[in-house]
Design a protein. Structure first.
Length: 236
C-alpha cells in the first residue's frame, strides 16, 4: 500500500469542483444528440487507506457497503439537491450551516451533513490506531476527565447511550475537550463546534461485523482504530 498524505484541512476537501458533464438534449427529434454543460459537483473523497486496511476490526465488506454505497449515495443525493438550490458553488461547511434548521432545506442538510460526517469518520481512523494518545490531546483529555481510562469509558458509554442512529464525537470547546452525541445526520459543523474525532454508530457502520454488539464496535474503535494524530492536528 502506498503512503497516503491525509489532508487535515477539510475545507480543501469539501469544495465542489467545476466539471463538464454531457447529457442528451433531444437533437433533431429522431435521435438524441449530446450536449455539454458545466456544473459544480462534489465527488466521493478518496479513502486515506485501503478498504481492507482496518481489518479485523472493520471488514472490507463493511467498508465496501459503507463507503462505496452509503457514502456515495449521500454524495449523489447532495449533488442533485444543490443543483436547483443556488448553493452549488459553496463549500460543504457553508451548505450545512445555511441549511441547518430550515424545514424547506432539510434534505439538503441531511445529505450534506452525512457527506461531511462520513469523510470525517474515515479520517478519524487509521490502521494500527487507537490506544493512548500523546501530545496536547492527551493532556487535554486527562485535564477534562481525570485520566485516559475514564475518558475511554465515557466515550464508550456515550456510544451506547445514543438512541438509534447517530454519532459520538470528541470536540474542542475553548481549552477543553468534550464528548458529545448527535442524532441521525446532525453534526458539530451546524453548531460551529470544532470536531476532533468521531465514531459512527449508525447500524450500517458495524452490523455486518458486530451485529447488535455496538459496545464491542466502539471499544474496538477506541482500542485499535482511533487516529489520534488526526485529532491532534485539528486542535485550535
Amino acid at each position: 500500500m502506498k503512503n497516503v498524505v491525509i489532508e487535515t484541512d477539510l475545507s480543501k476537501i469539501f469544495f465542489p469542483q467545476l466539471k463538464t458533464r454531457h447529457f442528451a438534449n433531444g437533437g433533431n427529434g429522431k435521435s438524441p444528440s449530446t450536449a455539454f454543460r458545466e456544473e459544480f459537483v462534489f465527488d466521493l473523497p478518496i479513502l486515506p487507506y485501503a478498504q481492507n486496511a482496518l481489518e479485523p476490526y472493520i471488514s472490507a465488506k463493511t467498508m465496501g457497503f459503507h463507503y462505496g454505497k452509503h457514502h456515495q449515495t449521500y454524495i449523489d443525493n447532495l449533488n442533485k439537491l444543490i443543483a436547483g438550490a443556488q448553493m452549488g458553488e459553496q463549500p460543504l461547511e457553508r451548505i450545512i450551516i445555511e441549511s441547518s434548521g430550515m424545514v424547506d432545506r432539510q434534505s439538503i442538510f441531511n445529505n450534506a451533513a452525512q457527506v461531511w460526517n462520513h469523510d470525517f469518520f474515515w479520517r478519524s481512523m487509521k490502521p494500527k490506531g487507537g490506544g493512548i494518545p500523546s501530545g496536547r490531546i492527551y493532556e487535554m483529555i486527562v485535564r477534562a476527565f481525570g485520566g485516559f481510562e475514564e475518558f475511554k469509558n465515557a466515550f464508550i458509554a456515550a456510544g451506547l447511550a445514543q438512541f438509534g442512529s447517530g454519532w459520538v464525537w470528541i470536540v474542542q470547546d475553548g481549552a477543553e475537550v468534550k464528548i458529545i452525541k448527535t442524532s441521525n445526520a446532525d453534526t458539530p459543523v451546524a453548531h460551529k463546534q470544532n470536531a476532533l474525532l468521531t465514531c459512527d454508530v449508525w447500524e450500517h457502520a458495524y452490523y455486518l461485523d458486530y451485529q447488535n454488539r455496538r459496545k464491542d464496535f466502539v471499544q474496538a474503535f477506541m482500542d485499535h482504530l482511533a487516529n489520534w494524530d488526526f485529532a491532534e492536528s485539528r486542535l485550535a
